[in-house]
Design a protein around this ligand. Structure first.
Ligand code: SF4
Length: 112
């Protein structure tokens, strides 16, 4: 089992359904497989502020799908593609907010 403890509360866009695409948890799962030869039974986000747990069971299929997404993501990064993904919750604490033209300030915009 791998647990990533988060100091804040659970964001609304983090759900059991979204976890197979979660970058951190899947990278941790891949690292555990690399070191110990098998995937963790569970990959968990634990939000300390509201005592909430969200987890999923990584499988070879889910990790394979994530790896394909990761390759595309890395290719885009290597090509200098960094599209802004404004989201009120994320933008409200982002350290780059004062520099970012895409920052969502109202919470009423489209965002993701
Ligand atoms: S302020 Fe800009 S860089 Fe920061 S999260 Fe929002 S869109 Fe992304």
């Amino acid at each position: 089992m791998v647990i990533d403890f988060k100091s804040g509360g659970k964001p609304n866009d983090i759900t059991k359904k979204s976890l197979p695409e979660n970058i951190q948890l899947n990278l941790y799962a891949m690292a555990i497989r690399e070191k110990y030869g098998k995937l963790p039974v569970r990959a968990t986000l634990f939000y300390i502020k509201d005592n909430t747990v969200v987890d999923y069971q990584p499988t070879e299929d889910s990790i394979r799908a994530f790896s394909e997404s990761l390759k595309k993501m890395l290719a885009a990064i290597y090509n200098g593609e960094f599209p802004a993904l404004p989201n009120y919750q994320r933008c409200s604490w982002c350290a780059y907010g004062s520099l970012c033209e895409a920052q969502e300030k109202s919470g009423e915009g489209g965002g993701e």
